[in-house]
Design a protein around this ligand. Structure first.
Ligand SMILES: *Cc1c(COP(=O)(O)O)cnc(C)c1O
Length: 391
């Protein structure tokens, strides 16, 4: 019998929504023009991009669609925001504030800027992964040009008090950038009510194609382009536009706006059912992240005394795809920088598993996972030297 596959790794990426794909296809075929061309082919592509820009702007409540700049994804949007502001404001100051739990697409551009004379403050977080507002206030100096704090965390789902953060930034005359890649399309965002200068988003985390995203740049925000080339995107991002991708991003934003309320209800129900099942059936587990201020689809659980990698592999053998909190790309089992910053006990941190749900998941799938997990965990604990020491 073929193994039924259950995908619970939607914070890593999502499948493209069928309606998104069908909207994209003509732009690979009949409507293939270069949006910069003056003829019919070009103008069709140009118009499609403008329509997509409207849809993205609408989802996040941007005042004007001209504030949306298309990029190759969340990583480029973050790089453009951070390096672009640093370059534009370097005469004003050289200090940037971010947090310890950011995605590497924020942490690494910041680290890179340190090599060029910028100073970066990495704010700590509490046990739920939330920054301290007084600490943020105190960290702002005359030299501070940018605060970059993520809207919602990709590993544990914790949502930052972004409204309060935005107030502090505007009171102090400092730009605020937020990496909202995990928040856009998943929870309501209204930029008309928030004083945010720059916001990054990405299509492939919300049922759009990979390799396309956008940076919202509030009107009047000073920023320098980091790619030099043609005059695309009003001189803010050079390079021929990824027309099919941008059309896909627009469509996926339109669907997200329409379905969000319903999705939040369904995902919260499934997520909480999963946690209830796990915490009832398995001992020595811990929920990582804020109990309430959390993405509706994200559940990060630590299973004490065992390694997340082993759980992941065992679940994969049963057809269930999840991810661990650790950065195993280097081949070493480094515990996640997010859990570390949250002060999670290392014995818990190494056994962290992230379940991230999506629109295609069903209640039966959640029941199945709750069914098979206890056996996997007890099997792994039976061979864990740490667990033996306990008993
Ligand atoms: C995935 C992700 C990114 C990177 O986006 P890409 O489009 O994959 O480059 C940045 N920040 C967060 C929080 C993410 O989850």
């Amino acid at each position: 019998m073929e193994l039924k596959r259950i995908y619970l790794d939607n914070n890593a990426t999502t499948p493209v929504h069928p309606e998104v794909l069908s909207e994209m296809l003509p732009y690979y075929k009949e409507i293939f023009g270069n949006p910069s061309s003056v003829h019919w082919f070009g103008q069709q592509a140009h118009n499609a991009i403008q329509q997509a820009r409207e849809k993205v702007a609408k989802l996040i409540g941007a005042e004007n669609s001209s504030e949306i700049v298309f990029t190759s994804g969340g990583t480029e949007a973050n790089n453009l925001a951070i390096k672009g502001v640093a370059l534009a404001l370097k005469e004003k100051g050289n200090h940037i504030i971010t947090s310890k739990i950011e995605h590497h697409a924020v942490l690494n551009p910041c680290k890179n800027l340190e090599k060029f004379g910028f100073e970066v403050t990495y704010l700590p977080v509490d046990k739920y992964g939330i920054i301290d507002l007084d600490n943020l206030k105190k960290s702002i100096t005359k030299k501070t040009i940018l605060v970059s704090i993520m809207f919602a965390n990709n590993e544990v789902g914790t949502i930052q008090p972004i409204e309060e953060i935005s107030k502090i930034c505007s009171e102090n005359g400092v730009y605020l950038h937020t990496d909202a890649v995990q928040a856009v399309g998943k929870i309501p965002i209204n930029l008309k009510e928030l004083n945010i200068n720059l916001l990054s988003l990405s299509a492939h985390k919300i049922y759009g194609p990979k390799g396309v995203g956008a940076l919202y740049i509030r009107k009047g925000t000073r920023i320098q382009s980091i790619l030099q080339g043609g005059h695309h995107e009003k001189n803010r991002r050079a390079g021929t536009e990824n027309v099919p991708g941008i059309v896909g991003l627009g469509k996926t934003c339109e669907i997200a706006k329409k379905d969000m309320e319903k999705e939040i209800k369904t995902l919260t129900y499934l997520r909480d059912k999963l946690w209830e099942g796990i915490s009832k059936k398995i001992e020595d587990v811990q929920l990582n992240g804020h109990p309430e201020k959390r993405l509706p689809n994200t559940l990060n659980v630590s299973f004490k005394f065992i390694e997340g990698e082993s759980i992941l592999l065992n679940l994969d053998l049963k057809g269930v795809a999840v991810s661990t909190g650790s950065a195993c790309t280097s081949g070493t089992l480094e515990p996640s920088h997010v859990l570390k910053a949250m002060g999670v006990d290392p014995v818990f941190a190494q056994g962290a598993i992230r379940f991230s749900l999506g629109r295609e998941n069903t209640e039966e799938e959640i029941d199945y996972v709750v069914d098979i997990l206890p056996e996997i965990i007890s099997k792994l604990r039976a061979i864990s030297p740490l667990y033996k020491k306990k008993s």
